[in-house]
Design a protein around this ligand. Structure first.
Ligand code: SF4
Length: 492
């Protein structure tokens, strides 16, 4: 099977266009509500506040911060130790370098068929597309990745690439691998059985396997991946050549630090105590061993990461790619991962995409946040994403697409909010102004009694706000007045 391009995003030119499109897609809305409600719940059930796992977040933060602060040293240690194990370590400064390195390895071994495990960094570098362009057959073996490959869509979540697809859409995508070319009924067990059978022959025929690597361990020169489907093991162990890809920042100092990060990664990501498989790689098959690749390569990708070292954005490199911030984010929850037109979506994507990723709407992403900080609370290594989003806005490197009117509005709001007298005056005139902005009852509230003061179809600047949501009325009695009355002993 040679799937199509995974980057064939059909999104529009602006982030807001993507949002409006996603909000109109009722199937997507249902799916996101279901899946993100679940993933959010499992994260908080697996890491309840005040428990040892919750406290391990501080330890995890220290481990990752230590690596990022001394990345040059840990990289050197890791490369020396990995090379001593017989792993061919390559440094790719850019995504072009990464593609060239992987293609050179493939061509040297006359590779025609490739199986691939889930790897965000390989998506970032466009590895699959590069191999397909060279006429190789590339098969994604993670079920979610396979589904989006078959559907010719980009992945929409760090750990659940097909989280946006409902069972009907999955069955349709799998039509490409059924004997009769027909869509499968939306039955999960049947879909998995068909896919498993089809993938078996791909695993056995592959000349080369490509996987990601969750982390490398500097002290030992080994690296590991976590999976739930076992596809990572077959991708790495069955073909003659195994190529793993990893961002340069994805290191742990010692083997002792691994359990802390492993528990945080799996519990924050999927709520599992531990994933079904944790596979540690320590070099190619040795003499007398029955399993493993004849050659093992590890491509360490920089692609803009080292530029962040020593800056206020270096903290983004501490990310362990668990996806918990995506699940917690109200913006992601309403639109899914395709909003961002980037391999890295959600809150952490809004930071790293403008800095070292690529997206036609990268400049708008730091503004696509309410700064509610749900991402920071969910993050197992306590990365302060809102701080970096504000930093990106402040540096004004990414001015976004704030119109003149919006800029004026923000300037006026900051004056009003800084002055009690102006605030009181604004509150007095806001109510009649809002009432005049009310134009009617929107289709969202049609059929319901909606004479409750909510603005459903605003005029002028308010029309953008009410395009997809209603605006509550101002309180009949302002808080300050209620407070005054309370202090005077009168009821509100
Ligand atoms: S920023 Fe934190 S929550 Fe988000 S993916 Fe990275 S580690 Fe997970």
């Amino acid at each position: 099977m040679t799937g199509g391009t995974s980057q064939s995003t059909k999104s529009g030119h602006h982030f807001s266009d993507n949002v409006n499109r996603a909000l109109r897609d009722t199937e997507l809305q249902q799916r996101l509500r279901l899946m993100l409600g679940l993933t959010k719940r499992v994260r908080y059930t697996a890491i309840p506040p005040g428990t040892p796992t919750d406290m391990a977040r501080d330890k995890g933060k220290l481990i990752r911060a230590e690596v990022v602060a001394h990345l040059d040293q840990y990289l050197e240690e890791f490369i020396v130790n990995a090379t001593a194990r017989g792993i061919h370590v390559h440094l790719a400064r850019t995504s072009d370098d990464a593609r060239r390195i992987v293609l050179e390895i493939a061509n040297k071994h006359g590779v025609r068929r490739v199986t691939k495990g889930k790897s965000m960094v390989s998506e970032e570098c466009g590895i699959r597309e590069a191999m397909l362009a060279e006429g190789m057959e590339v098969t994604e073996t993670d079920l979610g990745e396979l589904l989006v490959q078959l559907a010719e869509e980009p992945p929409s979540h760090l750990i659940g690439p097909a989280i946006h697809m409902n069972h009907r859409r999955m069955g349709e995508a799998l039509a490409k691998i059924t004997d009769d070319g027909k869509a499968l009924p939306p039955e999960p067990q049947l879909m998995m059985d068909v896919t498993r059978r089809w993938l078996r022959s791909k695993f056995l025929e592959a000349d080369m396997g490509i996987t990601g690597a969750n982390f490398g361990i500097a002290e030992t020169g080994t690296f590991f991946i976590v999976t739930n489907e076992g596809n990572g093991r077959m991708t790495s162990m069955l073909p003659r050549v195994h190529v793993a890809m990893m961002g340069i920042e994805r290191l742990l100092p010692t083997l002792d630090s691994m359990p802390t990060i492993l528990q945080l990664l799996t519990r924050a990501g999927t709520g599992q105590w531990i994933t079904v498989y944790v596979s540690m790689f320590a070099g190619p098959r040795a003499c007398g061993e029955l399993q493993g690749p004849e050659e093992q390569h590890l491509v360490l990708v920089d692609n803009g990461r080292s530029k962040l070292l020593g800056t206020q954005f270096a903290e983004a490199l501490e990310c362990i790619r668990c996806g918990a911030c995506l699940n917690a984010c109200p913006v992601y929850e309403k639109g899914g991962g395709h909003l961002y037109e980037s391999v890295y979506g959600g809150p952490i994507g809004k930071v790293v995409t403008p800095l070292y990723g690529s997206s036609p709407i990268a400049n708008e992403l730091p503004h696509a946040s309410s700064l509610c900080a749900a991402c920071r609370d969910a993050c197992p290594v306590k990365i302060d994403i809102p701080r970096m989003l504000v930093g990106l806005r402040r540096e004004n490197k990414f001015p976004g697409k704030l119109g003149r009117l919006e800029n004026l509005g923000v300037a006026v709001a900051s004056r009003v909010l800084a002055s009690p007298a102006l605030y009181r005056f604004a509150a007095r005139i806001a109510k009649p102004l809002m009432a005049r902005s009310r134009r009617g009852v929107s289709s969202r509230s049609a059929g319901k009694s909606h004479d409750d003061g909510w603005i459903t179809q605003g005029r002028g600047p308010l029309s953008q706000w009410t395009l997809n949501r209603d605006l509550p009325p101002l309180a009949a009695v302002p808080f300050r007045e209620r407070w005054r009355r309370k202090k005077e002993g009168r009821s509100g």
